[in-house]
Write a protein that binds this ligand. Structure first.
Ligand code: RB5
Length: 180
C-alpha cells in the first residue's frame, strides 16, 4: 500500500509497476508537430502494446505544422474527459507544453528524465506529458512514458497545491456580477 493508501500508487517494485500498466485499460491522446511524428508513432505502438486505448490525433504527414494547434487539440481531449491522459511532442517539447497548459484543467510537464516523469504524477497530478523529439532518443523517451503512465498521484499535502493551480485558472474567469 502506498503512503497515500492507494493500491494503484504502490510502485515500490518494477513488477508492481508492470502489473499496474497491464491491468489498466485507459484512453490516452497523443499528438505532435512535424518534428516528432516518428517518435510519436513509436510511443503510440508502445502504449497500445501495454493495453492502453490510444487516440492518436496526428498529424500524419511531414509538412511543417504549428505546435500550438496540436497541443491545444490534445489538451482539449483531456480537459473534456474524453481521454484520461495525454502525451504531446514537438522538437523540444517546450512549445507544445506551453500551448497545452493554456487549456483550463491541464497540467502538462516537459520531461527529459524518468525521475521528473514520476514526480509530475506523484506531486503535481500532471495529466499531460510533453517530450522533445530532438532532445531524446527513442529508448529514453519510452522509459519516460512508462514512468509517467505507471505512477499515480500521491494526494495528501500535494492535493491542496494542485487545487491552488486550479484557483489561479478560476481567477481568469471572474463570475459575472449578479443583476440588481
Ligand atoms: C519546430 O521547428 C520547433 O520549433 C518545434 O517543434 C518545437 O521545438 C517548439 O517548441
Amino acid at each position: 500500500m502506498s503512503p497515500a493508501g492507494q493500491p494503484w500508487a504502490d510502485l515500490s517494485t518494477p513488477k508492481k509497476r508492470n502489473d499496474l500498466a497491464m491491468t489498466v485499460n485507459r484512453r490516452i491522446v497523443l499528438s505532435s508537430d512535424h518534428a516528432a511524428i516518428p517518435l510519436r508513432r513509436a510511443i503510440a505502438d508502445h502504449i497500445a502494446a501495454r493495453g492502453w486505448e490510444v487516440v492518436d490525433i496526428g498529424p500524419t504527414t511531414p509538412e511543417s505544422t504549428p505546435y500550438p494547434k496540436h497541443g491545444e487539440a490534445a489538451a482539449r481531449r483531456v480537459a473534456s474527459g474524453d481521454c484520461e491522459l495525454g502525451i504531446v511532442l514537438c522538437g523540444t517539447g517546450q512549445g507544445i507544453m506551453m500551448a497545452a497548459n493554456k487549456v483550463d484543467g491541464i497540467r502538462c510537464g516537459v520531461c527529459a528524465d524518468t525521475f521528473s516523469a514520476r514526480m509530475i504524477r506523484l506531486h503535481n497530478d500532471a495529466n499531460m506529458l510533453a517530450l522533445g523529439a530532438r532532445v531524446l532518443g527513442e529508448g529514453l523517451a519510452l522509459e519516460i512514458v512508462e514512468a509517467f503512465l505507471t505512477t499515480g498521484f500521491e494526494g495528501g499535502r500535494h492535493a491542496a497545491r494542485v487545487e491552488m493551480i486550479a484557483a489561479i485558472e478560476a481567477e481568469r474567469h471572474p463570475k459575472p456580477r449578479p443583476e440588481a
